[in-house]
Design a protein around this ligand. Structure first.
Ligand SMILES: *[C@@H]1O[C@H](CO)[C@@H](O)[C@H](O)[C@H]1NC(C)=O
Ligand SMILES: *[C@@H]1O[C@H](CO)[C@@H](O)[C@H](O)[C@H]1NC(C)=O
Ligand SMILES: *[C@@H]1O[C@H](CO)[C@@H](O)[C@H](O)[C@H]1NC(C)=O
Ligand SMILES: *[C@@H]1O[C@H](CO)[C@@H](O)[C@H](O)[C@H]1NC(C)=O
Ligand SMILES: *[C@@H]1O[C@H](CO)[C@@H](O)[C@H](O)[C@H]1NC(C)=O
Ligand SMILES: *[C@@H]1O[C@H](CO)[C@@H](O)[C@H](O)[C@H]1NC(C)=O
Ligand SMILES: *[C@@H]1O[C@H](CO)[C@@H](O)[C@H](O)[C@H]1NC(C)=O
Ligand SMILES: CC(=O)N[C@H]1CO[C@H](CO)[C@@H](O)[C@@H]1O
Length: 501
């Protein structure tokens, strides 16, 4: 239940209600949802109106963001919830409360034999200041037996691979180490890794843990095996863990077969650096506007929408939903589609690579057909489209983990646009798709309005096609009872923006 800042919301609700006006006299004679008709209802002006409301929430607070648990994020959740409930009796709308442990702050340094050394700090690493000998751990540090008595009181040097970073840090602690350095098992540094939230804000699950490159880790191992001693100094300061309560919003059409659901999701929170209007306000807004317009139509398959919270902490909202759903609930989902960052200023129009033809990782049966649906749709309206890596790096990750077919669209984040993509989409080569990614400049003024509208209509197309029929999909694959992780040694496993293994 969200009761905070109700007065502020009440004022905004008036303009929201106007923007919502639906011609009730048309509701009595509804027809089966149709792509062209639904798309014709999706207007850029309405999308931008919602964007203004979300940005207004952020900019009315000193932090100017929509970080989970903040007033502006709570208002976002309430705005989505109230917009849906004000539509009348068309959706079952629920708030799913949960709490997460957020990690803020944490600056750090690594010094090896007195020399400052490149390293990254794992998210959820605790404070500490350790100066101790470095002791290599056998194998991949995923079994208690990999840790010899020599690590007691020392800094454990562990290879990446096989199990999660958090498990390695926990095992190092259990074996008596006071700090841990995890080196990569493929070339390059380990950037933006997470240990995963501790069991409570006060828990002492982990030792201070940093990540280094394969080259650095290998050199230290070889030196130590050759008889040298190496002293590591790890300092982590100002890591703050706090519990924050928040809500997912989930809405399902009253109509349609509730045992055959097509599920659309986006995340409602932003990072702390800015209001998050492209990342990922844009996906949330498109879904809200489509949900509003869909009430004029009938559906054969129930259409469910979710606005996930705590994506930025590592997909915690979607994971909470998936891990608390029963096997029976999960089996009712034919397909999950995800939409985040769909209006990047220097955009590419990407559909998730569900068939694996571009990046080599395919999804469960139905994922390839959904990628094809989007490419064919864009082609039918004269637009080019490309594939985005099907990495699990957003809220569809938990759905893929349990074997549900997935798809989705995005327009690119921090990576640089290529010459080839400029031929397809215009824009500037060698510049990030979204230079404001995770920044204060992620505002309405910096949205690509054309991409926003193209993508909102593409989503409406998928809502219409799958709301009417799943006939283009092959038979479903098996759904797993317990969420499993695709952790192969050396494969990057993403959780939001974070590597977990
Ligand atoms: C509502 O729809 C009816 C029937 O299509 C139409 O005659 C009427 O003008 C519409 N009203 C408004 C306010 O758009
Ligand atoms: C936001 O909502 C959560 C969940 O209802 C609540 O626990 C929290 O106190 C709210 N935050 C603020 C700043 O009002
Ligand atoms: C952390 O930041 C503080 C304040 O800027 C600074 O004094 C301290 O040296 C930093 N610590 C490390 C380990 O970099
Ligand atoms: C440290 O990292 C920086 C930035 O990634 C890189 O330019 C530099 O070469 C690295 N230094 C070493 C010694 O690896
Ligand atoms: C880490 O240190 C900061 C002060 O530098 C403190 O506020 C914070 O609570 C400490 N974190 C933990 C998890 O103890
Ligand atoms: C609803 O969907 C389920 C699962 O696909 C199917 O078994 C059932 O026959 C459908 N019901 C109707 C009325 O179509
Ligand atoms: C699609 O790509 C082709 C080939 O690069 C290009 O000629 C065309 O202008 C692009 N279409 C659009 C709408 O940008
Ligand atoms: C910060 C963050 O997690 N943003 C997500 C927004 O959506 C894109 C596309 O799905 C993801 O790649 C980002 O991780």
């Amino acid at each position: 239940m969200i009761t905070s800042s109700f007065a502020v919301f009440a004022i905004l609700a008036v303009s929201a209600a106007n923007a919502l006006a639906v011609n009730e006299s048309n509701l009595g004679r509804r027809h089966l949802v149709d792509s062209k008709k639904l798309r014709s209802q999706i207007k850029l002006e309405a999308l931008l109106e919602h964007a203004k409301v979300l940005q207004g929430f952020a900019f009315a607070t000193p932090e100017r963001n929509r970080l989970i648990g903040s007033v502006a994020h709570n208002q976002t959740v309430q705005y989505i919830h109230d917009t849906l409930t004000h539509l009348g009796d068309h959706y079952d709308v629920t708030l799913q409360p949960f709490s997460v442990i957020a990690h803020t702050g944490g600056n750090y340094s690594l010094t090896i034999d007195g020399a400052p050394t490149n390293a990254s700090l794992f998210e959820y690493s605790p404070n500490g200041s350790i100066t101790e000998l470095l002791v290599p751990v056998a194998n991949l540090g995923c079994e208690a037996g990999d840790y010899s008595d020599a690590v007691v009181g020392k800094v454990a040097l562990i290879s990446r691979g096989d199990c999660m970073f958090g498990e390695k840090s926990k095992m190092a602690r259990a074996a008596g180490a006071t700090g841990a350095i995890i080196h990569n098992n493929v070339e390059g540094e380990i950037s933006s890794g997470t240990l995963g939230p501790p069991s409570s804000p006060a828990a002492t699950d982990y030792v201070p843990t940093v990540g280094v490159s394969l080259a650095a880790g290998t050199a230290w191992r070889q030196a130590i095996e050759g008889g040298a001693t190496i002293t590591a100094n790890i300092v982590v300061e100002g890591s703050v863990f706090e519990e924050r309560s928040t809500n997912n919003v989930v809405a399902e059409t009253k109509g349609g077969n509730h045992s055959d659901v097509v599920f659309f999701g986006a995340h409602s929170d932003s990072v702390s650096a800015g209001p998050g209007i492209n990342d990922n306000g844009s996906g949330s807004i498109a879904l809200l506007e489509i949900a509003k317009r869909l009430i004029r139509f009938d559906v054969n398959n129930a259409v469910r929408f979710a606005w996930w919270s705590a994506e930025e902490q590592g997909l915690l909202g979607s994971e909470h939903w998936v891990t608390t759903a029963s096997q029976e609930e999960l089996e009712k989902i034919r397909l999950y589609l995800n939409f985040d960052m769909i209006a990047s200023p220097n955009y590419a129009l990407n559909a998730y690579d569900g068939d694996g033809s571009t990046f080599g990782i395919a999804g469960p049966p139905g994922s390839a057909e959904t990628e094809k649906l989007f490419h064919e749709y864009f082609a039918s309206v004269g637009l080019n489209s490309t594939a985005a890596e099907f990495s699990g790096r957003s809220d569809y990750g938990p759905f893929l983990d349990v074997g549900i077919a997935c798809g989705g669209l995005d327009t690119g984040a921090e990576k640089l646009k290529t010459e080839e993509e400029v031929q397809l989409f215009g824009g500037e080569a060698g510049v990030a798709y979204d230079v404001n990614y995770h920044g204060a400049g992620d505002t309405i003024d910096n949205l690509a309005q054309d991409a926003f509208e193209y993508n909102a209509k593409a989503i409406a197309h998928a809502v219409a096609v799958y709301g009417a029929s799943f006939k283009i999909l092959p038979p479903k694959g098996p759904v797993q009872t317990v969420a499993r992780r695709n952790i192969d040694a050396g494969r990057k496993v993403w959780k939001g923006d974070w590597l977990i293994a």
